[in-house]
Design a protein. Structure first.
Length: 139
């Protein structure tokens, strides 16, 4: 069943580049409502848990290092068709392949440092949101 919620992170590159506000503004202008938001700094271990699904991929260790290299902003978002619409808004994993006007096209540095995370299914949106936020931390 569609939850109409998705989960995102402003990744360390975008946070360090001072693009958090601009990215959140694009997200709100696209019709997403903020349900929970948190500024935090992952360790390599917590990043590894979050990305456990990728543990067999060749880029996993670098990804954990990168995701723990600086602060991130974790956000739960709500909108009709949230997961799919948010993937459209952020664009392809590799910014070189992302459509013009997408968040990754505008702000990403590379395929790894690609500015934002976006859940890939309703199920994972719920799991990822719960990784960062308790019931009490969501509106
Ligand atoms: P997604 O974030 O677009 O869903 P995934 O395949 O789920 O892409 O990969 C998770 C994250 O791992 C990406 O957002 C990116 O930061 C990193 N990543 C994915 N593919 C590569 C790669 O080929 N080289 C380096 N990093 C990668
Ligand atoms: Mg993914």
């Amino acid at each position: 069943m569609a939850t109409n919620r998705t989960f995102t992170m402003i990744k360390p590159d975008a946070f360090a580049d001072g693009n958090t506000g601009a990215i959140l503004s694009m997200i709100e202008k696209a019709g997403f409502k903020l349900i929970a938001a948190k500024l935090t700094h992952l360790t390599a271990e917590t990043a590894g848990k979050f990305y456990a699904v990728h543990s067999e991929r060749p880029f996993y260790n670098d990804l954990c290092k990168y995701m723990s290299s600086g602060p991130i902003v974790a956000v739960i978002l709500e909108k009709e068709n949230a997961v799919a619409d948010f993937r459209t808004l952020i664009g392809a994993t590799n910014p070189a392949n992302a459509e013009d006007g997408t968040i990754r096209k505008i702000f990403a540095r590379s395929i790894e440092a690609n500015a934002v995370h976006g859940s890939d299914s309703d199920e994972n949106a719920a799991i990822e949101g719960s990784f960062f936020f308790s019931e009490l931390e969501r509106i």
